[in-house]
Design a protein around this ligand. Structure first.
Ligand code: ASN
Length: 354
């Protein structure tokens, strides 16, 4: 490396980095809303990292086991549910979002953490990011191993989530998923690995990292969320029936026909490749559309995005494409769109914007 010239002027003081630590001052008030999952799980022995019962440990016990939290914020817990996240229902989504919304309006609450099972965590986080109107930080977190296991990940994940919820620089960034030291936006993140602690990935990359109670930001979300959203949980009392049909070689229309008969208002087709649809499925899906069911073309392939009028003539069939949304998250946005009476054109616009 070349030496700097001897007469070089002293460099100007560097600008303050965008990743300032949490300002010292009065501690923030953070509420932890607990819903269950593995972060509240317990196994028979320390070796049980995958064999255990989820949703066992009450939130007060979780918080009491983490004296580190007191250094980060004034923390209190509420047990909203005690369930494994694969058993979440639409009613659970509504009840949780209403509680988050109510707390976010309280002057004595600076940030909110939701503890959640990891299996459907990304769906709930996306739902919250679409319906809660606030600029206060909301961190959704879980764990891949129960607290009883060796190298359990829940403790640090929870401390990180609380510190993110307590931090001023996380304001306005929407709902964040704070697993494995990463800051991911609810919209982009998905559970991509079913048995490792680094399970949550965003196709477009994390926003940053949280390390030792400080946030380090590298990107910001560009899609509409929270305060910019046209959906508001305060006006939603029910979610419509929207279901998913999974595509595979040799697939038959049985599921589509059953779902239409069962009252599905929209069907998310988790297609092969770039949202491709088997020849024998096209007519049943067209028939479903003719009966009023909205058809959304997504892909079972986790990365990439579905293009409109590629693979299928969406304009001609009046179908919608899910852009880069996984089928299960496309379902969340479609349910919310239908609460506002969205037609296919409006729903397509929403898939580009959210
Ligand atoms: N790691 C986990 O939390 C998985 C668990 N089945 C759940 O989603 O509740």
């Amino acid at each position: 490396m070349a030496a700097a010239p001897a007469a070089a002027p002293a460099p100007a003081a560097p600008a303050a980095p965008a990743t300032q630590p949490v300002a010292a001052g009065p501690k923030a008030n953070v509420v932890v809303l607990a819903t269950g999952g593995t972060i509240a799980g317990a196994g028979a022995s320390t070796i049980n990292s995958a064999t255990y019962t989820a949703a066992k440990v009450p939130v007060d016990k979780l918080l009491a086991g983490l004296p580190e939290l007191a250094q980060v914020a004034n923390v209190r817990g509420e047990q909203v549910f005690q369930i494994a996240s694969e058993s979440f229902t639409n009613d659970n989504l509504l009840a949780l979002a209403k509680r988050v919304s109510a707390l976010s309006k309280q002057g004595d609450v600076d940030g909110i953490v939701v503890t959640h099972g990891t299996d459907t965590l990304a769906e709930t986080a996306y739902f919250l990011s679409l319906v809660v109107h606030t600029d206060k930080p909301i961190a959704v977190v879980g764990s891949m191993r129960p607290g009883t296991a060796l190298s359990a990940d829940g403790a640090l994940n929870l401390v990180n989530a609380v510190s993110v919820a307590a931090s001023k620089d996380a304001r306005g960034k929407g709902v964040l998923v704070t697993m494995n030291d990463e800051l991911n936006t609810a919209r982009d993140v998905n559970k991509d690995i079913n048995i490792q602690t680094g399970a949550f990935k965003s196709q477009w990359g994390p926003l940053g990292m949280v390390v030792e109670g400080k946030n380090y930001w590298f990107r910001a979300p560009v899609k509409r969320h929270t305060n910019q959203s046209e959906f508001n949980i305060d006006n939603i009392t029910q979610l419509p029936q929207v279901d998913i049909v999974y595509a595979y070689g040799t697939v038959q229309p049985t599921a589509v026909n059953a779902l239409v008969a069962g009252g599905a208002k929209a069907i998310i087709h988790a297609g092969t490749g770039n949202g491709s649809v088997a020849d024998r499925m096209v007519k049943p899906l067209q028939d479903a559309r003719a009966k009023g069911t909205i058809i959304v073309r997504s892909s079972r392939v986790p990365y990439g995005f579905v293009l409109r009028n590629a693979e299928q003539p969406d304009d001609k069939y009046d179908w919608v494409v899910a852009h880069d949304m996984r089928p299960e998250k496309a379902r969340i946005l479609t349910m919310l769109a239908l609460t506002r009476g969205a037609d296919t054109k409006t729903l397509q616009r929403m898939f580009w914007e959210y």
